[in-house]
Write a new protein. Structure first.
Length: 478
RNA sequence: GGUGCGGUAGCCAAGUGGUAAGGCCGAGCUCUGCAAAAGCUCUAUUCGGCGGUUCGAUUCCGCCCCGCACCUCCA
């Protein structure tokens, strides 16, 4: 069964396969703008793309997938943030890039094979713009900015189906604030000292110094790293128009060939049934959630609970459900591991994409993933089969290794690291003292005293879990 | 107004022209000094509303109601 994925261009499910003879699947995913902490909505998209990349590696093999995700480090927002903080642009973008990487690591997202920055590819962007000017697809405005002439590209609107929109406006861009207009969008923005400070580069021939427009960076970096035609280009739905529409226009006019063979867009995350916004108090970053005591892995799980092409309603309750479900998954894995004395490390080593085709009882789950990345269905099958698996079957021991290898690979596809070593909060000495006291009381069969101490611990925010030979303490959740 | 996506149990969420996956929560039982953990069991005569097509619709069609998103620099 091949991997099939929805294609926004044809609005149908299409098989994913590398077009180039070298068999390498080329895949570009629009990345974040590094001017603040990314929110969990952003991460939904990146996690979905991470699952896709893992799936492709499982399918085509390691080294047969080239995943590129850019960092937008120069645009209105990054410049605005630098200005607001009165710091150099590079300092701001460096800081938030590091923050983004830390979040990605915590969420167990594999680093892309290349992570280009817009400022690292100014030359490439400038040359593309020059080609577009020479060919008559772009023109210089009076202030030295350069705009793409939408009317010069017949296929404009094909992706977003907005062709019939009122595109009949003039070819002259008269807007004074340098925003895109109906007939064109900015490829190059002339330097404006008051807004841009010292952020500027030499422009395309005949244009002023300034900085690139937003859309051109992806076209240039995709071309530079992956070539003129790529296998897949992805992003959130909001990028469908104008960003991706404009990328197609620029790239195809410049390169004279198809830009991307396949387009995929994941839907947005809703929080409490509505758009996330700071004023509604439902705006979460990963840090906000981990500060509440949730694990990053649970956040990842929660973001995969819904179909990627459907809006997903994220709530603190659903995150709690994710935390429990993940714990359940861990128990399931341990049941299999116990049967064949597999260690956590060994479980992890099974993760290597191996081309093994035996998916054992997890085949349906894996198939669901391959069928348009249906993560909720895959999770459903996973639990369904794990639940009905008979662990008491004595004739089965030799089979457990297949089960466990399959489960391990499935966990790799989802990107669930079941055995991450999480930093346990340090238990205050006073709490330990109380717990010791209670344990002693319990051993002495002073149950009334033990209960009183349990209550005291609870009041202090700790749960005491009694074991056979001792106790463990953990912070009370919620 | 244009374009697109949805409305399925207390919550989250799959799915199919043939009679509703899964997770969470909750309940009961076993276990347990208590608590936790673990195990077992149970939890939608019904899929926003009204019509239509059909032997049969939650699934197809029409209309209506409601929600969300995009419509020039938001993943």
């Amino acid at each position: 069964m091949p991997i099939r994925l929805h294609d926004s261009l044809t609005r149908s499910l299409r098989e994913l396969k590398p077009a180039q003879p070298d068999g390498v699947f080329r895949f570009y995913n629009c990345g974040p703008t590094v001017y603040a902490a990314a929110h969990i909505g952003n991460f939904r998209t990146f996690i979905i793309n991470d699952v896709l990349r893992r799936l492709l590696e499982l399918e085509f093999g390691l080294g047969k997938v080239k995943h590129v995700r850019n960092l937008t480090d120069v645009d209105d927002r990054t410049i605005g943030q630098a200005k607001a903080e009165q710091r150099p642009l590079a300092e701001i973008t460096k800081k938030w890039t590091a923050h983004f990487h830390a979040d990605c690591t915590a969420l167990n997202c594999l680093p892309p094979h290349a992570e280009p920055t817009a400022t690292g590819y100014i030359k490439e962007q400038v040359s593309m713009i020059e080609v577009l000017i020479e060919q008559g697809n772009a023109y210089r405005a009076a202030d030295g900015s350069v705009y793409f002439k939408v009317s010069s590209f017949a296929d404009y609107g094909k992706l977003s189906r907005v062709k019939e929109r009122e595109l009949q406006a003039t070819d002259t861009v008269a807007d004074s604030d340098h925003k895109d207009s109906v007939s064109g969008f900015a490829l190059w923005k002339a330097h404006k000292p008051a807004e841009d400070g010292d952020v500027k580069w030499p422009g395309p021939r005949g244009a002023a110094e300034g900085r690139p427009g937003w859309h051109i960076e992806c076209s240039a970096m995709s071309k530079a790293i992956l070539g003129d035609t790529i296998d897949l280009h992805t992003g959130g739905v909001d990028l469908l128009f104008p960003h991706h529409e404009n990328e197609i226009a620029q790239s195809q006019c410049c390169n004279g060939t198809t830009f991307a063979n396949h387009w995929y867009h994941s839907e947005h995350l809703l929080v409490d049934g509505t758009t996330m916004s700071k004023s509604k108090g439902n705006y979460y970053t990963l840090g906000d959630l981990t500060a509440k005591g949730y694990s990053a892995m649970a956040v990842r799980y929660a973001l995969l609970m819904g179909h990627p092409r459907k809006q997903l309603n994220f709530t603190l309750d659903s995150l709690h459900a994710a935390e429990s479900a993940l714990e359940r998954l861990r128990k399931i894995a341990q049941q299999f591991m116990a049967k064949c004395a597999c260690t956590e490390t060994e479980f992890s080593t099974y993760k290597h994409p191996s081309g093994i085709d035996d998916w054992s009882i997890f085949g349906l789950s894996y198939d669901a993933l391959r069928d348009d990345l249906n993560t909720p269905m895959a999770l459903g099958w996973l639990f369904e089969w794990a639940n009905k698996f008979d662990f008491s079957d004595q004739d089965k021991p030799y089979r457990y290794e297949f089960e466990i290898a399959a489960l391990s690979r499935l966990m790799f596809a989802f990107g669930f690291d079941l055995f991450v070593q999480t930093e346990k909060a340090q238990t205050p000495a006073a709490i330990t003292a109380l717990a010791d006291k209670r344990w002693a009381a319990k051993q002495a069969k002073d149950f009334a005293g033990a209960d009183a101490l349990r209550k005291e611990l609870a009041a202090a925010g700790w749960s005491m879990l009694d074991g056979k030979d001792g106790y463990t303490l953990e912070p009370r959740k919620r």
